[in-house]
Ligand binder design. Structure first.
Ligand code: EPZ
Length: 422
């Protein structure tokens, strides 16, 4: 498995471009199952999770053309198989996004129940309960969810908890259901909005886009469309933290500042200078001492859980005490013990971590455990004195497109070492 070797201490300086949002491209690819016409998606990030989703669509029988690296042209006319197999679902939970479209278009679907993962148990009871309310018969056999329904019917769905992929699954299912579906307590993340906008281009009738109450009037069939995936707000935030933690400055391009206002405000409160220099550009610089600021993760538009690990790395270098509270997942502090190996002063107590800084970090061999924890370790490695080796970087490749190339282009001393021990 590949590793990263980082020599810390370099201040980043330069320009870096942001790729398309992984968490928008995944549901948008799943949405192509809803139609027999061609859907073309631009700005699809070249990351492992999208390669997995492409394989899933091909396994189901769709034809996926990639005329150029970040453009996908999908034709799901020939889909016959309605099962998302375990070997794919276990590597990527987002495979569950095939459930809604398959039931909506074919009246049946079989999806392996995604297991838990490093950050938590991650049930899908909200997805299944909503489909049942829409008339689907749901059965669980041998770890496989089997859903069947002649034609889904509209219903009022009130989510007990805000769920991003749950909202996306039901939005896609409702687009072809008979009658009106109202989703209450729906997720408002920009990726949900991006999916809704693609569905509207395909002929879906959706109201309340961008709010927590979505109204969908089902249609009999959806058509093809062409759509550009929004920029990745989490990659944008990660790059901003890279500039801040190294005391450097970055011009971040091809981004959507309006999608990460909570992150920008929090970094400014810590003493990071962030200026929007164009509709798709941010200039990030840190010259003075970092000030510790406490944080609580929230659903959108609050501070995103997917930026919590990166923020924790930053707080190890900030002056003072910060309390970081994770409210979305029950076990999203895997990065804490690895940061401690580098010398960070932090204490985990249930759903919160207390960070004291600044703590001088020194390089060590550390291990990535999940996508965003890996990003946090790379950020810490950029400031740790000496050499840091990060093992199992396949985690980071799931959601970041060549992060080491982007950081090296801004002056970081980071290289990917191929292979290496398991
Ligand atoms: C999406 O995961 C993202 N993944 C995650 O990004 C992100 O961390 C998460 O939303 C929260 O923003 C994709 O979009 C592919 P949830 P998702 O359903 O949809 C509980 C990354 O790093 N819940 O919003 O799986 C759940 O256990 C990944 O890119 C239920 O209880 O998250 C969690 O505590 C990691 N029952 C909370 O809700 C359900 O049926 C939020 O989960 C569904 C969820």
């Amino acid at each position: 498995m590949d590793q990263f070797r980082i020599i810390g201490g370099r201040k980043l300086k330069g320009g870096v471009g942001v790729s398309g949002a992984k968490n928008s491209a995944l549901p948008c690819l799943a949405a192509t199952l809803l139609t027999t016409e061609t859907v073309t998606l631009h700005n699809v990030p070249y990351v492992r999770d999208l390669i997995t989703m492409r394989r899933l669509l091909e396994d189901l029988g769709a034809r996926v053309l990639v005329p150029e690296l970040r453009t996908h042209r999908i034709d799901a006319r020939t889909v016959e198989n309605i099962e998302a197999p375990y070997e794919l679902v276990k590597t990527m939970r987002a495979s569950v996004l095939a459930l809604g479209p398959l039931v909506a278009r074919f009246g049946r679907a079989r999806v392996s129940l995604p297991g838990g993962c490093a950050i938590g148990q991650r049930p899908i009871d909200q997805h299944l309960g909503a489909l049942e309310k829409m008339g689907a018969r749901i059965e669980l056999h041998g770890g496989v969810v089997a859903a069947a329904c002649d034609r889904l019917r509209g219903a009022e769905i009130v989510f007990d908890t805000v769920t991003v992929t749950g909202t996306e699954n039901i939005l896609m299912a409702a687009a072809l259901a008979r009658g009106r579906t109202v989703l209450v307590n729906a997720a408002c993340e920009p990726e949900v909005t991006d999916l809704a906008e693609l569905l509207v281009k395909m002929g879906a009738r959706i109201g309340g886009i961008g709010t927590s109450v979505l109204t969908v009037d089902g249609v009999d069939a959806l058509g093809g469309a062409e759509h550009r995936i929004i920029p990745d707000r989490i990659e944008t935030g990660t790059l901003a933290v890279a500039a801040a933690i190294t005391g450097g400055e970055l011009e971040i391009t091809d981004c959507a500042p309006q999608h990460l206002e909570a992150v920008i405000e929090k970094l400014r409160a810590c003493g990071v200078e962030i200026e929007q220099t164009a509709t798709d550009r941010l200039h990030v610089r840190r010259r003075n001492r970092l000030r510790a600021q406490s944080l609580t993760t929230e659903v959108y538009p609050g501070f995103p859980t997917d930026m919590q690990a990166q923020y924790m790395a930053l707080m190890t270098q900030a002056e003072g005490e910060a309390e970081i509270v994770e409210t979305i997942f029950e076990n999203r502090f895997m990065h804490a013990s690895e940061l401690q190996r580098l010398g960070a002063h932090l204490r985990v107590a249930g759903a919160s971590v207390h960070v004291s800084g600044p703590a001088p970090l020194t390089g060590a061999r550390i291990m990535a455990s999940d996508l965003r924890a890996s990003a946090s370790l790379v950020l810490a490695g950029l400031v740790a004195e000496g050499e840091t080796w990060i093992e199992r970087v396949y985690h980071i490749d799931r959601g970041y497109e060549q992060i080491e190339e982007k950081l090296r282009s801004a002056g970081a001393e980071i290289e990917r070492v191929k292979g290496g021990r398991e």
